[in-house]
Structure formats: structure tokens, C-alpha cells
Design a protein around this ligand. Structure first.
Ligand code: CU
Length: 477
């Protein structure tokens, strides 16, 4: 079968195509759009459309857009589901399942009204499917294994074909052995641009997108634990963790859009510093203008997408992160060693059985951790290791920065480096006298010089260790 005949048969409809692709011969394989692979976890420049209707392309944070082939007016994409090694941050590599060389898979960008044909080749060790989260499409294209179609067997290629009916932001992921396949990183973004000026979709200068994903990876291990339901310890944006997440670099006074999809098992209040934004879209499409109000944090629940728009009119390096503080602290493995140079595998848990209050972290809080050269097992996510121009940022996981610069050229997405605050615009140390409130003077006298909370601690008293003894029965277990 030659190329022309193959694609001629494609017009017969997806069912015929699926049959053709399922009984894939070498010649037919040759007629598939060649899968484009990505080896690097870097943020790729936006992919300007060379065919079809024009649009302003998105930039996927630490990701890329999948090129397509135009075939008789149909946009053809080829996704390959396969095991990949994702570098989650420099020095931290994880065995995942993804698409076309990375997890998440490449972003798919089309225009409202486009007819799209998506070839999905399964190179996983088990069957899979593809679900096009949020799309209007024929029922047989919805990708729920067993319900809408037979699962794609190992080594086979299935074809999905539909018209991108409404503009918006969508996701794709398997609907086959979902617990395993999503815990292993199988997911991707989909953006359908409006075909003409849309009353609810403003034109923007920069349009970013990324997925929230989480994993349970034991320190020193390389493979996510798929049975974990809620207790993930690696919180990532597009399967990257700070300081491995690229910054969002924009020009001063750019109109900026950020699309955030959540495929973790919990919600994430996403917080932007220095600016207020409007939630202009959800998975359901653009929000009506009457429903919009300014926010600095928006909660993205499980399975949801939020699109935010704002004017980047404040120069600087602005933190942009999940507001759940544990999600900006990675490798909070329950067995993370914190005692330098001590082989204590399993020891902490044993101690805690006897002494519930036993603390292994810094006695003065956790800030020391950012500076400490901790001996972590090899291939462990950095916990609080990102460094800024003034020292440790004390963050990890779901954290990066919005960098707003006057001299950032239009279309330039390069990291401009650290912001230099103009003289007189940065918090500084007070070196003058500190007047003591009169109230304290009398308290100090009354307490023989000691006021709790005033930094003058008395001699440390011997600590009593609270040991919980076995209580007879096991009713508390
Ligand atoms: Cu979070």
C-alpha cells in the first residue's frame, strides 16, 4: 500500500483507519507521520505554525510542542507511549512512562475547527489508551478502555480522529490501568486556539502552560511507587522540581497568560507574587467576564485546568509557587536521613516508636537545611537547595519565578539572570537603637531578668523524654 492509497483510505473514517493501523505492515508504518522525539527536558521555544490557520503559540514550561503533518487538510500527530528517563532536576533522573521521549508528553496545539488525526503507538510493556480530557468528540474517540474502545495492545498503533470543536485548554492521558500509567507520568497538554478574535479570549504577548504532577519516589531510588494514593513526596511542574523548573521570562508590560492543569491527587493553590491575575478559563472554556475577579492565588483542583491572565507591569524576580508549603519541599521521604555521616537506615522510625516527639530535622527550624550539605542517597531530589542572589531560597518542588524585565526583547524567552533592585528599593537592616517598650521593663524585673520570647533564655532545663508505653490491647492500631 503506498502512501497516497493509505491516506486515501483515511478519508473512509477512523474505523477503517484503526483497522488499517492495527494490522500494521512495514509499508503502512512508513506512511505514519514519523514520530518526533525530544531528548532534553528544557523549555523549547514556541512552535510557530507553518501550515494551517495562524495563532500565537504557547510555551510549555520544560516541555515542547509536537510538530504535525498536514495531510489533505487534516493535522496529523504521532504520539508514542513508551518508557522514558526524565531528568526532574539536574542530577535527579527518574524512570517514567511518557510520550515521545519525555514525561509529560509534548503539547498538542491546534485551532478551533481543525480536523485532527492522532496516531498513538504503544511501546509500553502493557496495553494503554488515550483519553482527550475535556474535548467534545465522538464517543468512540474518548479513549476509555473497555467502554469506548479496546485497549491498544503492546506494539500496536491506534488512530483517533475528531474535530477540535471548542477553543480552550485540555489534557491527554491514558484511561487504561490509570493508577499505574498516570503515577508513572503519562500525561500531556492540549491547546485549541480560537479560529478568530474571541470576545472572551484576549490576545496576549506570552502564553505559558504546564501540568502539575506528583510522584512517590524513595530517596535514592529511580522509579515512582505506583501504589501510593495520596502520600506522594515529589511535587513537580511538568515533571520538574525547583531548582530544575525554568523561569517564566517576560517583557515589562507584556500581557501574560499561564495555563495550569492538575493531574496529581490533591489540589494546589497556585500563587503569584507582585501581580494580580484574572482566572480567564477553565477546562470548560473561557470564563464569562462577569465571573472574573482579581486574585493572587487560585486553587487548581484534581483533574482541573485554570487559565490566568495578567499584565506584567512590575519589574523584578517574582516567586511563583504552590502555596501548600510542603509542596515546595521535596524529598520529604519518610526515611530521609538528616544526620550527617550516620548510617541510620530505618533508625528514625524505630526511635520514633519509642519517642514520638523525636525530631530529626534542624532544632531551630528547617532553614538550616537549605545551607547544610546533607548526605542524601544518590539520585535524590534536592529538598531546599535552590539558591538566589542573596543565598538559599529554601524551596524545592513546585516553585519557580516570573522574571519581568524592561530589556527582555519581544519573543525572547531566555533567562535574563537575577534582578538587580535599584538602590533604596530593598529591605535593609535597621542599625539604630531599639527602644524597649516600657511594659517589658517591669516584666523583666518581676521575672528576674527573664521574659519568654525576648531572646534571653534561662539555663536549659534537662528535657524529659515522653515515652509512650504499650497500653495492653491493640485497639489504637
Ligand atoms: Cu501544591
Amino acid at each position: 500500500m503506498d502512501r497516497r492509497k493509505f491516506f486515501g483510505s483515511a478519508t473512509l473514517g477512523a474505523t477503517a483507519l484503526a483497522a488499517t493501523a492495527a494490522s500494521v505492515s512495514k509499508v503502512a508504518m512508513a506512511a505514519l507521520p514519523e514520530p518526533v522525539m525530544q531528548a532534553k527536558p528544557d523549555t523549547m521555544p514556541p512552535l510557530a505554525p507553518s501550515t494551517g490557520r495562524p495563532y500565537n503559540p504557547v510555551v510549555t514550561l520544560n516541555g515542547w510542542t509536537l510538530p504535525w503533518r498536514m495531510n489533505n487538510g487534516v493535522k496529523e500527530f504521532h504520539l508514542v507511549a513508551e518508557p522514558v528517563v526524565r531528568e526532574m532536576s539536574p542530577g535527579f533522573k527518574v524512570n517514567m512512562w511518557g510520550y515521545n521521549g519525555q514525561s509529560p508528553g509534548p503539547t498538542i496545539e491546534v485551532v478551533e475547527g481543525d480536523r485532527v488525526r492522532l496516531f498513538v503507538t504503544n511501546k509500553l510493556p502493557e496495553h494503554t489508551t488515550m483519553h482527550w480530557h475535556g474535548q467534545r468528540l465522538p464517543n468512540g474517540m474518548d479513549g476509555v478502555g473497555g467502554l469506548n474502545q479496546k485497549q491498544i495492545p503492546v506494539g500496536k498503533t491506534f488512530v483517533y480522529e475528531f474535530i477540535a470543536r471548542r477553543p480552550g485548554t485540555f489534557m491527554y492521558h491514558p484511561h487504561a490501568d490509570e493508577m499505574t500509567q498516570m503515577a508513572m507520568g503519562m500525561m500531556g497538554f492540549w491547546v485549541t486556539h480560537p479560529k478568530e478574535k474571541h470576545p472572551l479570549i484576549d490576545e496576549v504577548n506570552r502564553d505559558f502552560c504546564f501540568l502539575l504532577s506528583s510522584y512517590d519516589i524513595d530517596p535514592g531510588s529511580m522509579t515512582p511507587k505506583i501504589m501510593t494514593m495520596l502520600d506522594q513526596n515529589i511535587w513537580s511542574w511538568n515533571s520538574r522540581v525547583f531548582p530544575g523548573i525554568d523561569t517564566l521570562n517576560v517583557r515589562h508590560n507584556d500581557k501574560v497568560r499561564i495555563r495550569i492543569g492538575n493531574l496529581t491527587m490533591t489540589n494546589h493553590p497556585i500563587h503569584l507574587h507582585g501581580h494580580e491575575f484574572l482566572v480567564t478559563g477553565t477546562d470548560g472554556g473561557p470564563t464569562p467576564k462577569s465571573t472574573r475577579w482579581y486574585e493572587v492565588t487560585t486553587d487548581v483542583a484534581v483533574g482541573q485546568m485554570r487559565q490566568i491572565d495578567f499584565l506584567a507591569d512590575e519589574e523584578g524576580d517574582w516567586a511563583f509557587h504552590c502555596h501548600k508549603s510542603h509542596h515546595t519541599m521535596n524529598a520529604m521521604g519518610h526515611d530521609v536521613p538528616t544526620m550527617i555521616g550516620v548510617d541510620h537506615k530505618g533508625l528514625v522510625k524505630k526511635i520514633q516508636k519509642a519517642i514520638p516527639d523525636y525530631m530529626v530535622m534542624g532544632e531551630r527550624g528547617m532553614a538550616d537545611m537549605g545551607e547544610m550539605e546533607m548526605e542524601l542517597p544518590e539520585n535524590t531530589a534536592p529538598m531546599m537547595t535552590g539558591t538566589g542572589p542573596y543565598g538559599p531560597v529554601e524551596m524545592g518542588g513546585m516553585f519557580t519565578m516570573l522574571k519581568v524585565r524592561k530589556d527582555q526583547k519581544p519573543g525572547d524567552y531566555k533567562d535574563p539572570g537575577w534582578y538587580k533592585q535599584p538602590p533604596g528599593t530593598q529591605a535593609f537592616e535597621w542599625t539604630g537603637a531599639l527602644p524597649e517598650p516600657a511594659r517589658f521593663q517591669s516584666e523583666v524585673k518581676a521575672n528576674n531578668g527573664f521574659v519568654p520570647g525576648l531572646n534571653n533564655f534561662p539555663e536549659a532545663k534537662p528535657t524529659t523524654v515522653n515515652i509512650r508505653k504499650p497500653q495492653g490491647g491493640h485497639s489504637n492500631h
